[in-house]
Design a protein around this ligand. Structure first.
Ligand code: GLU
Length: 330
């Protein structure tokens, strides 16, 4: 008799525990669906570049000013790998060059893009011009892109837009990788170290003006920024609509004179399946707090509402579309 009572009580307790557990789980689940924070990740670029500090400032804006949205930032090789990770669904947002976004979305230029066009990529807004900065040791004798023949050259990190541009500059000079003594694919900071130590003669960086990767190198080693102008720039502009002329002012980097070159534009992209209202609140939050972006890096000061659709090469995300329509820009 006593034993039966104990079994019944134990049974009731187990049922009660299970019931409480189920109730807790379902309410938690419902809370997350209704009011839980939206956690997004953003593919940035080189730690010593501009994407990374700028993405960090966007994460700070989200944290402080956009309810229920948090943004984690991931460093990477940059434009090409970021595009492919948008395609595979591993990134929610990313910063990429506008030329690479165009190639990725339309399945052009590279084998990976041709095989798997990144058709789920949508544009949010463009950021600032990124000049192709061909940096050489001052003692290398490199004065024009043609002088790269027979030299050891860092042609941009693996998965970067810089590599895409470097190969086009070589082509415009009538060169291929085979004409170089070596073509290295090094992480950006590593390329600067190699250049400082004389292990390469020149390195390509497509990056915002004043990026620390070049600024720090100029302090450690006499360098020049080689102009990509005249017939080289003409040819590149014939090859690609995305190239605009750009000037890198004297003394941007310690003891480095003015250089003329060509530039693309950086931009923020998202996967098309990120909900419209999330992207709308993100874009509105960024343009409502531009001061945070401007203070992250000197190139960030070029981010403005007025220029936010200049150079946009792919369709806008509906959330961005709504924001710019409200601003009278669409
Ligand atoms: N524009 C570079 C690239 O995609 C990245 C520059 C940066 O990280 O600031 O290759």
């Amino acid at each position: 008799m006593k034993k039966n009572v104990i079994i019944i009580i134990a049974g009731v307790v187990v049922v009660a525990i299970v019931a409480v557990g189920v109730i807790l789980m379902t309410t938690r689940g419902r809370e997350e669906a209704v009011a839980g924070p939206q956690r997004l990740n953003m593919g940035a670029g080189w730690v010593t570049g501009v994407y990374y500090p700028l993405a960090g400032s966007m994460s700070r804006v989200a944290h402080a000013h956009i309810d229920g949205l948090s943004l984690t930032v991931e460093s990477s090789g940059a434009s090409v790998v970021n595009s492919n990770l948008i395609g595979s669904g591993d990134l929610d947002l990313a910063i990429v060059q506008n030329d690479v976004a165009y190639y990725a979305y339309n399945g052009l230029l590279r084998e990976d893009f041709q095989r798997n066009p990144v058709s789920n990529m949508r544009g949010l807004f463009t950021l600032y011009p990124e000049p192709v900065q061909l940096v050489a040791r001052a003692d290398s004798g490199i004065r024009t892109p043609s002088d790269l023949a027979g030299k050891r050259v860092a042609v941009g990190p693996l998965g970067s837009g810089a590599e895409v541009n470097a190969l086009q500059v070589l082509e415009a000079a009538g060169l291929s990788e085979g004409d170089l003594a070596a073509a290295e694919r090094l992480e950006a900071g590593e390329a600067a170290d190699y250049l400082r130590d004389g292990r390469v003669d020149a390195a390509f960086f497509t990056v915002g003006i004043g990026a620390s990767v070049i600024a720090d190198l100029a302090v450690a080693q006499r360098i020049t920024v080689v102009s990509i102008d005249g017939r080289y720039a003409d040819r590149l502009q014939e090859m690609e609509d995305f190239y605009a002329r750009a000037t890198i002012p004297a003394d941007t980097y310690t003891q480095v004179g003015e250089a003329q070159t060509i530039a693309v534009v950086s931009m923020v992209v998202a996967r098309e399946d990120i909900p419209e209202d999330v992207i709308y609140r993100f874009v509105a939050g960024i343009f409502g707090n531009l001061g945070v972006i401007h203070s992250a890096h000197q190139a960030g000061r070029m981010v403005t509402l007025e220029t936010a659709l200049d150079g946009m090469p792919i369709p806008l995300h509906p959330g961005a579309e709504r924001f710019f329509r409200e601003q009278g820009m669409r």
